[in-house]
Design a protein around this ligand. Structure first.
Ligand code: GAP
Length: 447
């Protein structure tokens, strides 16, 4: 393990996390019963709650709390000319080589030398060829070249294609952003590291339109890099597991004149978590040229018409979940027993509160069901009456449930319960009638 990798503060490995995700219903390999598909994953009952919360955290901070960003949900299928104009048909490719012996395909930039990296094969490799990453399919009943469409490889183009619609209908004034969350598809040559790189994934992207001016561009570029960095730490990533890395010119995407990656320290080393790019007016210019539409903005103050420039923060939902899970993972000892505890920020935790009757008699289960029903109107809940109370706590610790409510003898007398804290394991008594307010103060979005 390199120094960088050992710098991680917790005991997590990819293997431990993948096992936990499968065992507890966070993430399953797609088509598990057929041996998996290898490059896509399904989110189980707990995974989907975590995913919803990650998207909610992004949407609230990027759209809801702001007056300068609007939302959009564009289609996955766009007009095929979109991808011609955006440059994806021509440029969105990776260099790949094939092994002549075992027929495996590799990304040329990920291997060294001219032999197959599989030590059991060591076959000769073909020269590198460009491989377009877009998935192609046909729209309508006829499978001919006229009906070819692509699954979008980024959500961004749906935003650029709607620029005029937004300007015409929303009374926007520069600078303003348009944000979108949705699926993207890339026929990646190599998929790797669980949900880090897959062929079907979700993105949270925002195009922030600004005046075409270098000083403005620099200001907003720095602003969004910092804003996005702070979002990750606010919701649970350790600042020392994050760093900013500026792309070298040879690395830049075809549309970018500057990109900063916010990188995360995964167990397999530093890697991209999110990218913040200067896209200039590249996309609007290209779509204006291809569609014959104007796609300009009229600046009332300057009495001038121009195409705005763009700063784009773009984050993968799945990659963000991976980072949050890796940093939440912890192992400690409670009452002489080892436990795995996912220390999620309470807002991201799949289940907010678990309800346990101490005994399966004396009216406690009925009371616990009533409490669960009351709390479920406000929070995601779990009910557990199986096994010792210690084991039940561990089960919830392992999926990061921040609070547990225990119904005991005293509850039956005075309508109070104990509230257990996942991190401190401390317990405090509260009246049932106060629970919603107490919990809202701890796990509510506004807390
Ligand atoms: N619109 C710009 C854009 O798509 P990108 O760097 O290619 O930029 C943005 O992608 C983010 O989407 C990445 O930082 C990463 O979080 C996520 N992402 C990209 N490809 C992915 C893949 N194959 N699997 C999972 N997430 C991916």
């Amino acid at each position: 393990m390199s120094d960088e990798q050992s710098a991680r503060k917790n005991a997590v490995t990819m293997e431990k996390l993948v096992n936990l995700c499968k065992r507890r219903g966070l993430v399953f390999p797609t088509s598990d019963i057929y041996g998996g598909l290898g490059s896509t994953y399904d989110y189980g009952p707990l995974g989907i709650e975590l995913k919803r919360n990650v998207k909610e955290a992004w949407w609230r901070e990027m759209v809801q709390f702001r007056t300068d960003v609007l939302g959009l949900d564009s289609a996955i299928f766009q007009h095929p000319r979109t991808w011609e104009a955006s440059g994806h048909l021509q440029n969105f490719s990776d260099p790949m080589v094939d092994c002549k012996k075992c027929k495996q395909r590799y990304r040329a930039d990920k291997i060294q030398g001219d032999r197959c990296p599989d030590p059991n094969c060591n076959g000769e490799l073909t020269p590198a060829r460009q491989f377009n990453l877009m998935f192609k399919t046909f729209m309508g009943p006829v499978e001919d070249t006229a009906s070819v469409v692509y699954l979008r490889p980024e959500t961004a183009q749906g935003i650029f294609a709607n620029f005029q619609n937004i300007v015409d209908t929303q009374r926007v004034k520069l600078p303003f952003g348009v944000a979108q969350i949705g699926k993207s598809f890339r026929n990646e040559i190599t998929t790797e590291n669980f949900i880090f790189r897959t062929r079907e994934f979700e993105q949270m992207e925002m195009e922030f339109f600004i005046k075409p001016d270098t000083a403005e561009e620099e200001k907003w570029y720095r602003y969004w890099v910092d804003f996005r960095f702070n979002w990750h730490t606010k919701y649970g990533l350790q600042a020392d597991h994050l760093r900013r890395r500026e792309h070298g010119t040879e690395e830049l995407s075809h549309y970018s004149s500057g990109t900063t990656d916010i990188e995360f320290l995964y167990p397999f080393g530093w890697g991209e978590l999110e990218g913040v790019a200067k896209r200039g007016s590249f996309d609007l210019d290209q779509h204006a040229k291809a569609s014959g539409k104007d796609l300009t903005y009229f600046d009332e103050d300057a009495k001038a018409r121009y195409r705005p420039w763009v700063i784009e923060p773009a984050l993968g939902v799945d990659r963000s979940m991976l980072a949050f899970m890796l940093d939440a993972y912890d192992e400690d000892v409670v009452e002489n027993e080892e436990r795995i505890v996912m220390r999620f920020n309470p807002r991201l935790a799949p289940i907010k509160v678990a309800i346990y009757p101490l005994l399966r008699k004396g009216g406690q289960p009925e009371k616990a069901h009533a409490v669960r029903e009351m709390l479920s109107k406000h929070f995601t809940t779990a009910y557990d009456q199986a096994g010792s109370i210690g084991r039940r706590y561990r089960r919830q610790d392992e999926v990061g449930t921040p609070f547990g409510v225990t119904i005991d003898h005293q509850t039956m007398e005075d309508d109070t319960v104990t509230l257990r804290d996942r991190d401190t394991t401390g317990q405090v008594r509260h009246p049932i009638a106060a629970l919603v307010d107490v919990l809202n103060g701890k796990v509510g979005w506004a807390a």
